[in-house]
Write a protein that binds this ligand. Structure first.
Ligand SMILES: Cc1cc2nc3c(=O)[nH]c(=O)nc-3n(C[C@H](O)[C@H](O)[C@H](O)COP(=O)(O)O)c2cc1C
Length: 184
C-alpha cells in the first residue's frame, strides 16, 4: 500500500459516529476546511445543489437539540445543517438529496482527518429546522452533522461482509440476509 492509500483507508475506517464532545469550540479555520471538503463532493451534472448552515450559538444549538429529543444528550459545540436547493436542478423529483449525502460524507471524513468527531443526524423534522433557522420552503434540510472534539474515539473498522457482494449478476440464492448485529 502506498502512503496515500494508507491515509485514505485509515481515515475511512476511523470515521465513526461520535456523540459526545469536549467543551471546546471548533476553530473557524477548521470549519472552513470542512466546508471546502463538503463542496469538493461529486454532484449530478456538477449542479452543486447544496447550502450549509453553520450553527455555533449554544442557545440555537440547544433549540435544535430540543427539536430532536431522541438525541438531546449529544453535547455538540457545532452543528452543520446541509440543505438541498433544487433551484438549478432541471429534472423532477430531486431536491439534491444524493449530492448532499456525498457532501456530508466528505465532512465526516475531513473531520476525522482533523481529529474532530462527528455524527450524521437524520432524525430531525424539516419543519422544525425551517422554523428555527429561517430556512425557506424552497430549500430542503437533508442532513444535520454534529461536530466537535471527541470525548472518546471509537475504534476504526470496516464492516466488510463478503456475503453482501454479488459478482457478475445478482445471486438470488443469497438474496436473504441477516439483520446486522448492531443497529443503532
Ligand atoms: C442517513 C443517516 C442518518 C443517521 N441518523 C442518525 C441519528 O439521527 N442519530 C444518531 O445518533 N446517529 C445517526 N446516524 C449514525 C449511524 O447511527 C451510524 O453511522 C451507524 O450506527 C454506524 O456507526 P459508525 O458511524 O460509527 O460507523 C445516521 C447515519 C446516517 C448515514
Amino acid at each position: 500500500m502506498t502512503e496515500t492509500e494508507q491515509y485514505v483507508f485509515q481515515t475511512i475506517y476511523a470515521r465513526r459516529s461520535v456523540r459526545h464532545f469536549l467543551e471546546k469550540p471548533v476553530e473557524s479555520e477548521k470549519i472552513t476546511r470542512l466546508l471546502k471538503a463538503a463542496m469538493a463532493a461529486p454532484s449530478a451534472c456538477n449542479i452543486q445543489p447544496w447550502e450549509f448552515i453553520v450553527v455555533e450559538d449554544p442557545a440555537t444549538i440547544a433549540q435544535i437539540k430540543a427539536e430532536i429529543p431522541r438525541y438531546a444528550d449529544y453535547n455538540t459545540p457545532l452543528v452543520m445543517v446541509v440543505c438541498g436547493n433544487p433551484r438549478f436542478i432541471p429534472w423532477e423529483n430531486d431536491v439534491g438529496t444524493l449530492d448532499c449525502a456525498a457532501a456530508i460524507e466528505n465532512i465526516l471524513l475531513a473531520a476525522t482527518a482533523m481529529e474532530l468527531g462527528s455524527v450524521w443526524i437524520g432524525g430531525f423534522r424539516s419543519d422544525s429546522l425551517r422554523r428555527l433557522l429561517d430556512i425557506p420552503q424552497t430549500v430542503y434540510p437533508i442532513g444535520v452533522v454534529y461536530i466537535g472534539y471527541p470525548a472518546s474515539v471509537p475504534p476504526p473498522r470496516t464492516q466488510y461482509k463478503p456475503e453482501l457482494v454479488h459478482y457478475g449478476s445478482y445471486d438470488r440464492t443469497r438474496e436473504y440476509r441477516k439483520k446486522p448485529e448492531a443497529i443503532v
